[in-house]
Each structure stands twice: as C-alpha cells, then as structure tokens.
Design a protein around this ligand. Structure first.
Ligand SMILES: Cc1ncc(COP(=O)(O)O)c(C=O)c1O
Length: 389
C-alpha cells in the first residue's frame, strides 16, 4: 500500500472516500439495465455540473486531454481555421492538438499569468472564416480564470464555435455553459471533482453536433469519435469500447457529491480555503504570482513565487518526505520559479490548509528563509475566524 498523502498540487486532488467506496462495488456488464441506469445518472449529473440543457453530456474514457482531443478531432477537419487563445501551458496543448488535426491554427497569445482580452480574438476572427475558437477556462499552469462570455459573443458573431477547456474548473467554480454561450466544454475528473483520473466529462450543443454531422471527411480516430461515443451514451446504447465501469461508478459518486453539496456552497468552500491559504502565505512573506484581480484568478489553485535562495525541488521533497504533503512544480517558462498549491475538491479543507502552512513554514526556515514563527497558521486561522468557520 502506498503511504497516504495530502494532495495539494494542481491535480490529482485527494479522492473523496465516498468515490473510492463506490469504485470498489461489484462490476456490472455495460449493457446491464442497472449499469445503463447509472449511465443515465451520470449524464443528468453532468448537465447539472455544466449548467446545461444539452442533450450531449457524457464522459470520454481517458484523462482530460483525451476529451480535448475527442472534441477537437471530431469538429475540426484538415485545413479548417482554428483560433487558440494561449497564455499558459494548456493553451499550448490546444494549439498542438489542433495542429495535429490538420487545422490552420492562429494563436492569440497573452503573457503567462494574465487572462486574454476578447479584442485580439475578435480581430483574428475578422481576418478569415474560422471554424473553432478554443480557449482554456482555468489555466492551471498560471492560476488565472478566463472570462468566457464576451469571447463567446464575438465567436458567434463570426459564425464560429467556442470550445472551453474546463478541466480544472468544473466543480470548483461556476461553469455556466448555456448562459455563457460555450458550444463545447471539456472537463477532468481528478481536479475539483475529486475522482481518480480516467474519465473526463464533456458537453456540446446542437450547433457543435451539426458541425460534426456536416464534416466532409471521416473523423480519423475511432476511439475518440464523439459521434460514436454519443451513440453509446444515448438510448441507442450503440456498442463502442468496453466501458470502464468502476470509473463510471466513481464519477457518478463524485458528481453526486457536487450535487449534494450544491453549487453555491461548493464554490464558497473553494473560495474560503483558497483565501485562507493565501492569507497565510502572505503572512509568511511569500508572493503570489500574477497580477490579475481575485475574480480572474482560480480560487483553488495558488501560484507562489519561489523566494530567492530557496531550493524549489528540495522544498517539495521535504514536504513529501517529512509531512506527506504534495504541492506542485511548474511548467515551461515558470519552471523552478513558482510552486502551485491546489485546494481542490476533497483537498479543500481547513485542516489541510493549516497543515500546509505549518509544514511550509518549517521547511522554508530550513532553507534559511526568514519569517515570523507561526505567522502563516495564525493568519489563516484569523481568516477562518472572520469567516465564522
Ligand atoms: C487546464 C488543463 N487542461 C488540460 C489538462 C490535461 O488533463 P489530463 O492531465 O487529465 O490529461 C490539464 C491537466 O492538468 C489541465 O489542468
């Protein structure tokens, strides 16, 4: 058995124990009426999570990038123009996937740590007919939250579809697919939903489905063909791959936990623990990376600047070895410069925030970083007290 860990990285978060219990229940065949009833629950709960009335709302077997790839490969044909908003590592991933599908990709780039403005995207849309605009809702590499409504508006004015990567945001903050006008939204299980990775919920509307139907060329992937997957996740129960049934039990339970907690309470919990963590980090004398205001930052993923003279990797190693706490490193241009601390899903708790601050203070002192004893924990406790928790 692996040692238990407190997972406070950018994902996976700690799995909710009720999800793990559900995953260890007896296996059913995938066309067993008991199992198809569970599939129906998953689809209904997926609509709840994405705040959508879309008929198409189901999980793709695979991690978030499989679902992103399914969406892009099913919509985009070779030669189609795709605009990708990029201000972080996951924007780069969207560019790569679209290019591999043969798209003519136009990247609209922003500085890492900031969000994208709709204006340059609108300008790019005016330049040539475009099939798809793809953008990351929560950029896990930098901790920013991209507003989608205005981008959806300009995208539709030019007859294109908007796809949003909501891998890190679903279950942690509002993802209002219908209200914002998002045509395709893709999520992940192992972040704010606190389910192990392996199934990735997605939803798309009739416009996106119509674009798939009007393709002139066949979708190159069989496994990630959303047309075939939608037929399986429908009353037709068209046979496709062998469903990962235990994962489906787990995802249903994770979505139920979200539904039971309620959207408002869940988003408030994520905000509360993220704010308490940031109050503690600030009191320790650490700097949060990025200049966007709070409403454009992920409440549940905090990027922290590694202080001068501190060994980034040694800090993470000591947190794991001495305290069993995992925090995240960074990618690309931010590698070695920031840590990313996640307070997602089941990991978002008062106890985890206080343990993290106490352990981080101890380890940073070992690195020669000067800070007041207990400053982080005291500030977080004061934040909780002020919030009545
Ligand atoms: C915003 C975002 N998009 C896509 C991915 C890729 O998801 P996965 O690792 O589940 O394939 C991640 C994973 O960290 C992510 O945070």
């Amino acid at each position: 058995m692996p040692d238990p860990r407190i997972l406070l990285g950018p994902g996976p978060s700690m799995a909710d124990p009720r999800v793990l219990r559900a995953m260890s229940t007896p296996l059913l065949g995938q066309f067993d009426p008991e199992f198809t009833a569970i599939m129906n629950d998953v689809m209904e709960l997926t609509r709840f999570a994405f705040e959508t009335g879309n008929e198409r709302a189901f999980p793709v077997s695979g991690t978030g990038r499989a679902a992103l790839e399914a969406a892009i490969t099913s919509i985009v044909e070779p030669g189609d123009r795709v605009i990708v908003g990029e201000c972080g590592r996951f924007g780069l991933l969207l560019i790569e996937i679209a290019e591999r599908c043969g798209a003519a990709v136009s990247a609209v780039r922003g500085a890492w740590g900031s969000v994208l403005d709709p204006d340059p995207i609108a300008a790019e849309l005016r330049r040539a007919p475009t099939k798809l605009v793809a953008i990351v809702h929560g950029e896990t590499s930098t901790g920013v939250l991209q507003p989608l409504e205005a981008i959806a508006r300009v995208t539709h004015e030019h007859g294109a579809l908007l796809m949003a990567d909501c891998v890190v945001t679903l279950g942690g903050c509002e993802v209002a697919v219908d209200r914002w006008g998002v045509d395709v939204a893709v999520a992940g299980a192992q972040k704010c939903l606190s389910c192990p990775s392996g199934l990735s919920p997605l939803t798309y509307n009739a416009r996106a489905e119509d674009a798939m139907r009007r393709r002139k060329t066949r979708i190159v992937s069989n496994y990630l063909d959303l047309g075939q997957l939608a037929d399986y996740w429908s009353p037709a129960r068209f046979n496709h791959h062998t469903a990962p049934t235990a994962m489906v039990y787990g995802l249903r339970e994770a979505l139920r936990a979200f539904h039971d907690e309620g959207r408002a309470a869940r988003f408030t919990r994520h905000r509360l623990h993220g704010d308490a963590l940031r109050a503690g980090l600030d009191a320790l004398g650490l700097t949060i990376f990025g200049k966007e205001p709070a409403e454009r930052r992920l409440a549940f993923l905090t990027p922290v600047v590694v202080p001068e003279g501190v060994d980034e990797l040694r800090v993470r190693r000591r947190l794991i070895e001495d305290f069993g706490i995992e925090i995240g490193a960074a990618f690309g241009q931010l590698q070695g410069r920031i840590w990313r601390i996640g307070t997602m899903g089941y990991s978002a708790s008062r106890r985890n925030v206080l343990l993290c601050l106490a352990a981080l203070e101890h380890v940073l002192r070992g690195e020669g970083f000067r800070t007041h004893p207990s400053a982080g924990v005291d500030a977080a406790r004061a934040h909780y007290r002020a919030a009545g928790v």
